[in-house]
Design a protein around this ligand. Structure first.
Ligand code: NAD
Length: 245
């Protein structure tokens, strides 16, 4: 397991990454000692939320789950209202916390609700998509979309903890995973990170074979386009060096 402490204007918070982190989650919640906890998730990720609820129950805290419809359309004022009503029904007071279990959609919506409810209650992020793990769960940006504008209504609200259980990635559809991996490549290039080890390679991606193959035969679409050099550096794909001049 990897533990990081992220600096933020409102104080640092832990980011835990690994597998089977239910016990870590329980420890985090025990240390936070909230007066109540409410889980926000989406309809696809509900099984993960149930696991989270069980872990929290072992910390001696009763909790309930609110599942929004999966997908970007749920980043709306309408769903924000349903989440706020849920927090009201659960009688979450200023000592309580919101637990966001899902991708960036759930994280942004639940984060905004947490920042508004009772003028701000604590937020624990349990990201379940690669994008949410590497991007949206850290940094404190929350929000919903306006009728014609993306992320127009929002706030900055830092989480109290981020718990990324990598097991969640296993059920992710491949395109979402690949898109998010492009973000990982972007960060790695921008921040000049060293190349990840072999096991971080994208599933189905060829091992570096040292031979140059036509780009068209590269099975990994993320290797195409402007990120290809960076992707090559990170994944060792030989195919991408052969782009026709
Ligand atoms: N706040 C930020 O800093 C920040 C940064 C980047 C993106 N975002 C926002 O994040 C959103 C996109 O997030 P996303 O890409 O995670 O999409 P998402 O949250 O909409 O999830 C995509 C789909 O994957 C499903 N899913 C989630 N976890 C799963 C799992 N473990 N297994 C199977 N299916 C799973 C969801 O139910 C959904 O259908 C956008 O709204 C974007 O604006 C926010």
């Amino acid at each position: 397991m990897v533990r990081l402490i992220l600096d933020s204007p409102s104080g640092g918070y832990p980011v835990l990454m690994g597998t089977n982190l239910q016990r870590e989650l329980r420890n985090v919640i025990t240390r936070m000692d909230p007066t109540g906890a409410a889980i926000v998730t989406d309809t696809n990720v509900r099984p993960w939320a149930v696991k989270v609820a069980k872990a929290i129950k072992r910390a001696g805290l009763k909790t309930a789950i609110h599942a929004i419809p999966a997908g970007e359309r749920s980043k709306s004022m309408l769903q924000l209202e349903t989440v706020l009503s849920f927090l009201e029904r659960q009688q979450i007071d200023r000592g309580g916390c919101v637990i966001a279990v899902g991708g960036g959609t759930v994280g942004d919506l639940a984060g905004l609700a947490a920042s508004m409810w009772q003028r701000g209650v604590r937020l624990v992020a349990v990201p379940t998509t690669l994008l949410a793990m590497v991007d949206s769960s850290v940094g404190g940006k929350t929000g919903v979309n306006g009728r014609r504008s993306k992320n127009a209504i929002g706030s900055f609200w830092q989480p109290s903890a981020v718990i990324s259980d990598l097991a969640a990635i296993e059920t992710l559809p491949a395109p979402g995973y690949r898109d998010a991996f492009a973000e990982v490549v972007k960060y790695a290039v921008a921040m000049d990170r060293p190349r990840p080890r072999g096991r971080d390679r994208i599933p189905g991606h060829p091992r570096p074979c040292g031979r140059i193959r036509p780009e068209s035969r590269c099975p990994h679409r993320a290797c195409h386009g402007p990120l290809q050099q960076a992707c090559r550096r990170l994944t060792g794909c030989a195919a991408i060096v052969s782009r026709p001049a």
